[in-house]
Design a protein around this ligand. Structure first.
Ligand code: B12
Length: 217
């Protein structure tokens, strides 16, 4: 079976929510020497894209989305260590969390993986994070950048609450935002330091901020 056929099968296993199959194909692909980034983009992300579209169109419902999300997680257990391998030494520390009221974490986890792969240290503080939690974790880990994720039009508004509480405390760390409903315009409006559309762009964004602030040696 060729690589493209396998990638298509992986994509389909994700859509069908077959986590054992998804994990097995992922292992086969990386075993054949296929770049983990290709497996991620052309297998998993392609599948998740279809899942998202089908959900939006009302073709599938939450339980199906959940089994697809589980398949994605199973595959990621194989990919994650490979994607993170290039991280020899930390180029900077990023704190990442999904905001209060929001449980979506697939995108955030992908951003974390890409950042680790690009050589950054990531402190993942999980989902449903209040501004107090962001600040508490900031004080505990002193990251160079704080990243927030939100997937709901309702919870994305909470990003402003977090930005405002950092400002109110006089903390000057760059705050970056992302998630499907978030736009660069919204990011500007709430006073965030940056926005990225996807995980690869998130890595570029972090790189440019780290450069600008002179953290990179
Ligand atoms: C999977 C999923 C779920 C899963 C989540 C599982 C999990 N562990 O994450 C479950 C089933 C739990 C779920 C629940 C709900 N969901 Co939902 N869900 C989705 C779905 C299908 C896919 C999201 C996803 O994982 N995408 C794949 C990832 C890779 O993409 P991403 O998250 O956008 O992340 C990328 C970028 O945005 C960016 N990024 C993300 N975060 C960050 C952070 C930073 C700092 C940066 C720089 C970049 C960045 O990089 C990522 C990687 O490339 C979307 C539909 C869609 N197409 O988005 C709906 C969707 C987000 N859900 C929706 C809804 C309504 C809900 C529920 C309210 C449903 C309900 N009635 O209960 C609940 C909410 C629960 C809650 N309180 O949070 C709506 C939101 C509508 C809206 N505009 O507000 C959507 C858009 C579906 C729809 N069209 O109706 N959901």
């Amino acid at each position: 079976m060729g690589m493209n056929t396998k990638l298509r099968k992986l994509c389909q296993a994700l859509i069908d929510g077959k986590h054992l199959e998804a994990e097995a194909i992922t292992r086969e692909l990386v075993g054949c020497g296929v770049e983990p980034k290709i497996v991620l983009d052309e297998g998993l992300m392609a599948g998740m894209d279809v899942v998202g579209k089908n959900f939006k169109a009302g073709v599938i419902f939450l339980p199906q989305v959940l089994v697809s999300a589980r398949a994605m997680k199973s595959s990621m257990t194989v990919l994650e260590p490979l994607l993170a391998q290039s991280a020899y030494r930390s180029k900077g520390r990023i704190l990442l969390g999904t905001v209060k009221g929001d449980v979506h974490d697939i995108g955030k986890n992908l951003v974390a993986i890409m950042l680790r792969g690009a050589g950054y240290e990531v402190v993942d503080i999980g989902v449903g994070c209040s501004s107090d939690r962001f600040i508490h974790m900031y004080e505990k880990h002193s990251p160079d950048i704080v990243g927030m994720s939100a997937l709901l039009t309702t919870t994305m508004l909470y990003m402003k609450v977090v930005v405002d509480s950092f400002v109110a405390r006089g903390i000057k760390v760059p705050l970056i935002v992302g998630g499907a409903p978030v736009t660069s315009r919204f990011a500007n409006n709430i006073g965030a330091a940056g926005y990225a559309r996807n995980a690869s762009e998130a890595a570029d964004l972090v790189k440019s901020i780290v450069k600008k602030t002179g953290l990179e040696v």
